[in-house]
Design a protein around this ligand. Structure first.
Ligand code: HEM
Ligand code: HEM
Length: 176
């Protein structure tokens, strides 16, 4: 089944969840690596890779958002504070998955260098060329990714804990 049900994750949501998760798990260490580099010709491709994968996440998130308006995902299992906490964490993760690539794009635009995806698609600049914009947007990118890492640790920990408790939370995100 492609669509989500009242208690089931459909194939589209599961494919989006796991493909975006895989990209994120590459993006975080890659970004951390970049922040310790001095940009130069030899490592420019790494910046290109990070920007390309990051904007892919952004595009997939847009699809995920539209899909979830059309086919809402099921509410978290159980009730009480755990379900509420799960919702809160999911929503914040959602917001960050838009805000992080967007701030990367703003910061990159502000450097005055073209943002080129997969060596082919040149994105328009979405911010003026300005050192103030550049440092503010990179500072935001930095803080937002740190917050994101904390929430992901919580998210993954909670998913594993609930699976060990045997409530089927992880199983339904894997097999539906
Ligand atoms: C899923 C999306 C993304 C994630 C998870 C992510 C994550 C990160 C992380 C963790 C850092 C290191 C931050 C620091 O310690 O200062 C970073 C740096 C960076 N990101 Fe991203 N990023 C994403 C998308 C993007 C996009 C779309 C762009 C540009 C179009 C971008 C451009 C950069 C650049 C240029 C740096 C290096 C900044 C520096 O030199 O300090 N990122 N990213
Ligand atoms: C690394 C990046 C990840 C991101 C950005 C992420 C994001 C999300 C989001 C936003 C949801 C809410 C459902 C939706 O709207 O699609 C969700 C659900 C879920 N995630 Fe992740 N996730 C990640 C990784 C993981 C990993 C590694 C696991 C497994 C250990 C996992 C297990 C789950 C489970 C089991 C659910 C379903 C929760 C429920 O039944 O309500 N996620 N995830």
């Amino acid at each position: 089944m492609l669509a989500n049900g009242p208690a089931r994750f459909g194939l589209v949501t599961r494919a989006l969840h796991w493909s975006i998760a895989a990209l994120i798990l590459v993006q975080l260490p890659l970004g951390l690596r970049l922040s310790g580099l001095e940009p130069g010709l030899a490592n420019l491709w790494l910046y290109g890779l990070h920007k390309s994968l990051g904007m892919t996440v952004f595009a997939l998130m847009a699809i995920r958002l539209v899909w979830h308006v059309y086919s809402p995902p099921p509410a978290p299992l159980g009730g009480g504070w755990q379900a509420l906490a799960a919702r809160l964490v999911h929503w914040t993760i959602y917001a960050l998955m838009f805000a992080i690539p967007l701030s990367g794009w703003v910061a990159s635009s502000a450097t005055g260098i073209d943002t080129v995806l997969f060596d082919r698609i040149t994105l328009p600049a979405i911010a003026p060329v300005s050192e103030a914009w550049e440092s503010a947007a990179f500072a935001f990118h930095d803080i937002a990714t740190k917050l994101f890492m904390g929430l992901l640790a919580l998210h993954i920990g909670a998913a594993l804990k609930r699976e060990m408790d045997g409530d089927g939370t992880l199983t339904r995100m894997i097999r539906g």
